[in-house]
Design a protein around this ligand. Sequence first.
Ligand code: CTP
Ligand code: CA
Length: 226
Amino acid sequence: EGLLAAGGPLVGRHVLITSGPTHEPIDPVRYIANRSSGKQGHAIARAAAAAGARVTLVSGPVNLPDPFGVAVVQVESARDMLAAVEQALPADIAIFAAAVADWRVANAGTQKIKKNGGALPALSLAENPDILATIAHRNAGRPQLVVGFAAETQNVIDNAQKKLARKGCDLIVANDVSPANGVMGGDRNTVHLVTASGVDTWPTLSKADVAEKLMAHLARMIEVRP
Ligand code: CTP
Ligand code: CA
């Protein structure tokens, strides 16, 4: 690393990637989050840049350096992430690797919630917008290739196939995020590429290798689908 790719299969393409968790505020000092580290999404951004693409990375809060040669937009909540994605479009390829919080706190406090003599605060939740589905179902300005992830702890393939159909994307990268697998926060990943035409299970690889292999695969897909 250290040199920008002079060529590569994605020269002239814009690749948009989401990465990391989102933080959903409970009050000004507290939030709901998840265990996503952003390592896989950031590795994909790095691989896309290495393949010659112009890359925009919309990232939730992570403890990772900005990938070299990538435009990084930092966001906190799911709604902020959707706005940043819409701002960054158009793109040729969009890859939604973020672990977006499914729910936000509908009654978030504008001031720090105080203990109140043993009375417990009740959080009421509202569903967040589905960023991937919103973009994939667009008629005008839909990226040529829309890629989602599926984070599952059971029935990985079956759930991923349902997500592929429901969200209207071209490809789902499915991974088993059960704690025993060490995917969330770890450096390795075992993924299944799920499309309408079948399932391709890759061996366990470093997240960097998954990213490189995925970008090579997408570069071939976009070539044959002008
Ligand atoms: N996703 C998104 N916006 C959301 C929720 C999910 O863009 N509000 C995207 C993720 O980035 C991922 C894909 O949708 O690419 C699947 O996310 P996942 O959490 O596995 O699926 P959900 O549809 O949220 O369903 P569930 O969590 O109930 O399995
Ligand atoms: Ca989810």
